[in-house]
Design a protein around this ligand. Structure first.
Ligand SMILES: NC(=O)c1ccc[n+]([C@@H]2O[C@H](COP(=O)([O-])OP(=O)(O)OC[C@H]3O[C@@H](n4cnc5c(N)ncnc54)[C@H](OP(=O)(O)O)[C@@H]3O)[C@@H](O)[C@H]2O)c1
Length: 191
């Protein structure tokens, strides 16, 4: 018998902890890891006539979960958002966590897993900036859906094979779309 999603999520939220070290590690892996890997691969990607980047995001990366108008505006203002500004926002999140000022500084994300959610908001913003910086590449991000993996304590509603469908589709896609956020296989709003 499958345990209802609400119960599974409540269990995960209850057992989830955030310390400064874990928060820093999460941002290093999810945001800086993705960024530095992309940058390291740029020469290869740019030498190809079909260079593609598919960043694995999450539904949690939607801007609407960020309950702060100023931050949403800044992260959504893609014509003015730069990599430097984005790095500063990531550092501001980290500093706010360290000082116990997430709420005060507008970074408190509701419903648990705050840093994971923030990291995916940053992944999405990076995707949009990078797509503008490298117009000859196809750079997109995707929310593959809740999946039965270690990362979800096997609470997901779909198998790994099912979840792989959208990233594989984007890795092979030749429609020329770039800078988009996909919910499974469909383009969705960043908000
Ligand atoms: N599962 C879901 O429901 C779900 C939903 C939406 C989005 N996602 C996203 O899908 C992606 C994969 O998640 P998952 O659920 O498959 O998680 P997972 O089961 O925890 O797997 C994470 C993978 O990342 C690797 N990894 C962790 N830290 C690393 C590091 N510092 N350097 C290199 N590799 C590292 C792990 O390697 P080792 O095995 O060697 O530790 C593991 O292979 C994540 O970006 C997640 O946010 C997952």
């Amino acid at each position: 018998m499958q345990i209802p999603w609400e119960e599974r999520y409540a269990f995960m939220t209850k057992t989830h902890i955030e310390t400064y070290e874990l928060v820093e590690e999460c941002l290093k892996i999810n945001y800086f890891g993705m960024k530095y890997l992309t940058e390291a691969l740029l020469p290869l990607l740019e030498s190809s006539d079909s260079g593609r980047v598919v960043n694995i995001s999450s539904n949690a990366g939607r801007l609407r979960f960020l309950n702060n108008e100023g931050l949403v505006k800044e992260l959504d203002d893609i014509n003015n958002l730069t990599l430097e500004k984005l790095d500063d926002l990531v550092k501001s999140y980290l500093k706010s966590f360290k000082e116990g000022a997430l709420e005060e500084n507008g970074w408190k994300l509701p419903g648990g897993f705050g840093t994971y959610k923030a990291s995916k908001i940053f992944v999405n913003a990076y995707t949009r900036i990078a797509a503008k910086m490298y117009p000859n590449l196809y750079i997109n991000c995707v929310q593959p859906g809740h999946t039965q993996t270690e990362g979800s304590s096997c609470t997901g509603s779909q198998t790994v094979e099912e979840a792989a469908k959208s990233p594989v589709m984007l890795a092979l896609d030749d429609s020329g779309q770039t800078g988009f956020f996909y919910d499974h296989t469909e383009i969705t709003a960043y908000y």
